[in-house]
Design a protein around this ligand. Structure first.
Ligand code: GLP
Length: 236
């Protein structure tokens, strides 16, 4: 793992964009594994700005997102599908047919999604306070692929901010790429910001790989770049 510690969220987003740019420059047909959440917002803003400056086109880019809630409409303001359109897709020249966000509540839907994911050039990740990646929660076997997840209380609590601060409104399940799916990517870029991620970051980087911290599986990947701000790195 290569770990970069940046002063703050802005500097972290600049660094993450540098890594993303290299992948866009090196591949004729980049396949981007994308993530939602607050962590990648700065990176997406930089990708949009860079596109508007005419530096990169997304005509030949294909994307696969990590996860989606179960039981909310695709066009719900809180769906990850809406998030991706609002933060990235609608601002760039990507063909909507080349963007993929999982959807559904069945094992069949999960397998169908997993089967489509091929040759990911870079997989972008955030990290949950409990060490989850995507929505692969603690306890998920490292060989799990895209699957239906029961969200933990900790994740529901962390995400209630998007649902009127009401845990009852937070979906209780999600469809998520598994750790084995994530590990297939050629390169992984994980970004984490803020003191509430410091314990998970420490377990990911310094702990033994264990299913109790799904992100610790990344220690077994050959090309992982971790970009942290000082607060997220404060327990290293
Ligand atoms: C969410 C998402 C993850 C994300 C994580 C952290 O539950 N499913 O993909 O990485 O939690 O989110 P944030 O970046 O908002 O802290």
């Amino acid at each position: 793992m290569k770990v970069f510690i940046e002063k703050d969220y802005d500097a972290l987003s600049d660094k993450a964009f540098e890594v993303m740019k290299e992948v866009l420059d090196e591949n004729d047909h980049p396949v981007l594994g994308l993530a939602t959440g607050s962590s990648p917002e700065g990176l997406y803003a930089r990708m949009v700005e860079d596109y508007k400056e005419g530096n990169h086109s997304y005509k030949d880019v294909v994307t696969f997102n990590l996860d989606e809630y179960v039981g909310i409409d695709r066009n719900d303001p809180q769906s990850y599908y809406t998030f991706m359109n609002d933060h990235l897709f609608k601002h760039i020249d990507i063909d909507p047919a080349n963007t993929h966000v999982p959807y559904g509540s069945t094992d069949e839907a999960a397998k169908e999604y997993d089967d489509q994911i091929k040759s990911v050039s870079i997989q972008l990740l955030g990290i949950g306070r409990n060490g989850h990646i995507g929505f692969s929660e603690p306890g998920t076997p490292f060989d799990e692929r895209t699957h239906i997840v029961d969200l933990t209380d900790s994740t529901i609590e962390a995400n209630k901010r998007f649902f009127d601060n009401d845990v009852n409104k937070v979906p209780k399940q999600a469809i998520s790429q598994g750790i084995a799916t994530i590990m297939d990517a050629d390169k992984i870029l994980l970004i984490a910001s803020g003191a509430d991620k410091a314990d998970a970051v420490k377990a990911m980087i310094e702990g033994e790989p264990t299913i109790e911290c799904p992100a610790s599986a990344l220690q077994n990947h050959k090309d992982v770049v971790v970009v942290l701000d000082e607060a997220a790195a404060s327990k290293l």
